[in-house]
Design a protein around this ligand. Structure first.
Ligand SMILES: Nc1nc2c(ncn2[C@@H]2O[C@H](COP(=O)(O)OP(=O)(O)OP(=O)(O)O)[C@@H](O)[C@H]2O)c(=O)[nH]1
Length: 261
């Protein structure tokens, strides 16, 4: 059985009292031992107090470390959310910029840059079906000179829309530059494409463009058409369409010419 310390103390005290009365020599030794034990006990108590205080301190420290860690995580999460939003906004802005850089601001049609991409894509996938229509407004300078640049702009927009409408899903239309448009026909049937090109010339010639101040403008176009032939590159297709356009202009305008190699 484990001794009870309080019980032991009182027993030792009573023995010590007896010894004191009887003048026993063992008394001094026991008194010394008693003193020593008391001191040991106080040291143990002090160690327990120090240990408790230490544990207490460590717990508080862990808690503050935990709180600081949580705060840091929350800050990181916030920064991540901000960065995600920023990246999304940046991506959208880039897409808008890219879109803007590929469109002609005046007519709203794809521009030359975009058309070159389309042309490359079509050339890579189904070059044997490609037919190029190079379109130029006849005597456009005269419209500008007679009615001013703003009217000229309106005519460019209207002609562009009419070309786009007439071509429909037979191909892609772009403003190639100045008063020139380019059509990449991807439709397989060459006869259908030639009918469409003929319609383009007729539609523009018959159109009456209602522009600024109620003025009515009439104009016409010339078109050079090239069909893909074995060995053609994008460049050679463009050059042949250009040459055919030149022929159409030289033979009286308001017509189309087909390039034969
Ligand atoms: N209003 C306006 N004019 C433009 C624009 N781009 C080019 N032009 C004009 O288009 C005209 C083209 O003139 P030319 O190359 O001599 O050709 P053209 O008068 O159409 O004669 P042909 O092509 O030979 O039938 C020039 O006067 C240019 O200033 C534009 O964005 N807006």
């Amino acid at each position: 059985m484990k001794p009870n310390i309080k019980d032991l103390e009182s027993r030792v005290l009573s023995v010590l009292e007896d010894i004191e009365h009887n003048d026993n020599p063992v008394r001094d030794v026991l008194a010394e031992l008693w003193q020593y034990n008391q001191e040991q006990w106080q040291r143990v108590e002090q160690m327990v107090r120090v240990s408790d205080a230490y544990q207490d301190m460590m717990m508080k420290r862990e808690k503050t470390l935990g709180e600081r860690f949580d705060k840091h995580i929350r800050q990181l999460e916030k920064i991540t959310r901000i960065s995600d939003r920023y990246q999304t906004a940046l991506r959208e802005a880039n897409l808008e910029l890219e879109h803007a850089s590929l469109m002609d601001t005046l007519t709203g049609l794809p521009n030359r840059r975009k058309m070159l991409r389309t042309l490359k894509r079509e050339y890579d996938h189904r070059r044997q079906h490609i037919k190029l229509g190079m379109i130029d407004i006849d005597y456009f300078k005269r419209i500008n000179d007679a009615h001013g640049h703003l009217v000229g702009d309106e005519v460019l927009i209207a002609v562009g829309h009419l070309i786009e409408q007439t071509v429909g899903d037979l191909g892609h239309v772009a403003r190639w530059g100045g008063e020139e448009f380019l059509v990449v026909f991807t439709h397989k049937n060459a006869d259908d494409v030639e009918i469409c090109v003929n319609n383009l010339v007729r539609e523009i010639q018959e159109a009456r463009f209602d522009v600024l101040d109620g003025q009515i403008i009439q104009t016409s176009i010339s078109i050079g058409l090239s069909h893909y032939q074995e060995g053609d590159t994008i460049d050679s297709l463009l050059t042949r369409a250009d040459d055919a356009l030149y022929d159409a202009k030289n033979s009286g305008r308001n017509r189309f010419h087909i390039s034969h190699k």
